[in-house]
Every structure is written in structure tokens, then in C-alpha cells.
Design a protein. Sequence first.
Length: 206
Amino acid sequence: MKGVLDKKGVLLAVFFGAVLLFYGGWNYLVLMLVFFFLAIVATKYEYEIKREMGLYEHERGWENVLSNGLLPAILAAASPFIGPIPFICAISSVTADKFGSEIGVLDPSNPRSIFDLKPVKPGTSGAMSVLGTIGSLAGASAIGFAAIFLFHLTPTQALMIGFAGLIGSIADTLFGYFEERGLGTKGTTNFICSIVGALFGYYFIA
């Protein structure tokens, strides 16, 4: 994790990993590691272009780990009562958000604000692009695909998990609009993203 997370981020990630392993099991931990790997891939993809745009984030802190890992840890602990689907959908959502952010900034067309559809600068919270939306669905679907093997889900469930992740990332964009105006932070929008995905999974897939 060196070079990807700072020291506090590493410690918090290890703590969340222990919670997942203890309360959920090895498959919960592996799915989180799949997210971690995919997040690194998405971040590193075309990083030189992102660096030139001033949008490349190399090392993340504990706040990022907390916003992406807190709800999955809670859902893993609650899995004996609610099953694994909300956990999987929460991971799907944060993966979708990560892919949408990291790939969307590379869209040759400027993203558009989700409310007034006006073009904005790449990297602006509360905006969507065609490439970013496709990236979000791809990232979420990758988690659904991995869950087929880790949690013995059906392909139909995996497809729905991909859709849940996309819904979560759209919720992130909606609240990102307000974040851009000083209401909330990237951490709060990430947390909301995972909540929306988990709720969708609980009510429509589980």
C-alpha cells in the first residue's frame, strides 16, 4: 500500500480489513481487495494526462479510506442478519464512483452539470460525462462479476449489482453538486454513494 495510502490510511485500511475478515469472512476481504486493486488501476490509467490537467491524486489519506470502507465494514458485521448483497452493492458503488471520476476526466468533451446541463471543467463535482458513465458501469460490473465467484451469485444478480453501483455513483454526482457549493465534502458524497448502493441492493436484489 506504500505510495498509494499515507500511514494513517494504511492503518485504517488494515483495521477495516480485519473487521471484514472477522465478521464477514475471507470472501468479504477479497472483494474489498478487488476494489482496492481496481481503484489503483483506474488511478494509474493515463496518469500523465491527469497530472498535466492537475487532477492526478497519487497518495490517499485516512479520510478517503474511512469514506469508502466504513459502511462496508458495518455491512459485513451485519451480514448474518441482512446477507452479503448490501455489502457487495456498497463496494460496487464506490468502485463505480472511482471509475467514473478517474476515467471521466479523460473524456474529450467537457462534462455537464447534472442539474443545469451546462459544460464544466473536468474534475468538477456534480457533473457527468459519457465516458465517465460508461466507466462507472464497467467498474460496478467488475465487482458484480467477481461476486459471482466469491459469493456464488447468479449472473442476473451480478448484473443488478452493476446497476446498483451505477445508481450509487449517480447519487454521488447529485450530492457532489452541493459539495461543489460548499455543502459537504468528497468524503460525505462517497459515503452517501455507498449507502444508496447498499439500500438498492437490500430492497431490490437481496
